[in-house]
Ligand binder design. Structure first.
Ligand SMILES: [Zn+2]
Ligand SMILES: [Zn+2]
Length: 177
């Protein structure tokens, strides 16, 4: 994806969080953090207190609420709920060789880094490119959240898999008819 035109790659962390599988109980949050540790300052302890999984779930729910919102008014309300959880203290870094911004202070607890990065990344994309850019998959049986980075804002599916699955289903439905 081309993030030069999309302001913030941190929106990807927001999308991943919204789509994280939570059925297996509170351990999902720790597993999510481990799988996304490149987003947190090196050396940040990834351990969570039991209540932290609930906070991460609340953040995930707010990202999803922005994606399913049907009006700008609703998007603004949910986005502000999300931003109220953030503690931004941005700084510039080139720790990976490329100059970019981090949104949370480097020594913040991992949950604070997660919430802040997700809130700032999502908000940037929404205010710069419009709330319609965040949506949920149109494929049957899938409700994953996506960010639409297509030039003409034409995306409807979370992935190529869902897009081709839906194309095949539509073709079969036409043939039956
Ligand atoms: Zn970085
Ligand atoms: Zn999908």
């Amino acid at each position: 994806m081309d993030y030069d035109t999309y302001g913030s790659s941190a929106v990807e962390l927001a999308i991943d969080l919204a789509n994280a599988e939570r059925d297996e109980g509170p351990g999902w949050a720790a597993a999510f953090l481990r799988a996304h540790d490149e987003w947190f300052d090196a050396g940040t302890p990834l351990d969570l207190a039991p209540a932290d999984a609930e906070h991460a779930a609340a953040t995930a729910d707010l990202v999803r609420a922005v994606a399913v919102a049907g009006s700008q008014e609703e998007v603004i309300a949910r986005l502000n709920d999300l931003l109220a959880l953030a503690s931004p203290q941005p700084y510039a870094t080139d720790h990976d060789g490329e100059l970019h911004l981090h949104y949370a202070r480097a020594d913040a607890p991992v949950l604070e880094q997660l919430t802040t990065t997700v809130a700032m990344g999502l908000s940037q994309v929404v205010v710069q490119h419009g709330w319609q850019r965040i949506g949920t998959c149109s494929a049957e049986g899938c409700d994953d959240v996506y960010v639409d980075t297509s030039r003409n804002a034409s995306r409807r599916y979370c992935s190529n898999t869902c897009a081709s699955r839906s194309t095949v289903a539509a073709y079969r439905a036409r043939r039956k008819a």
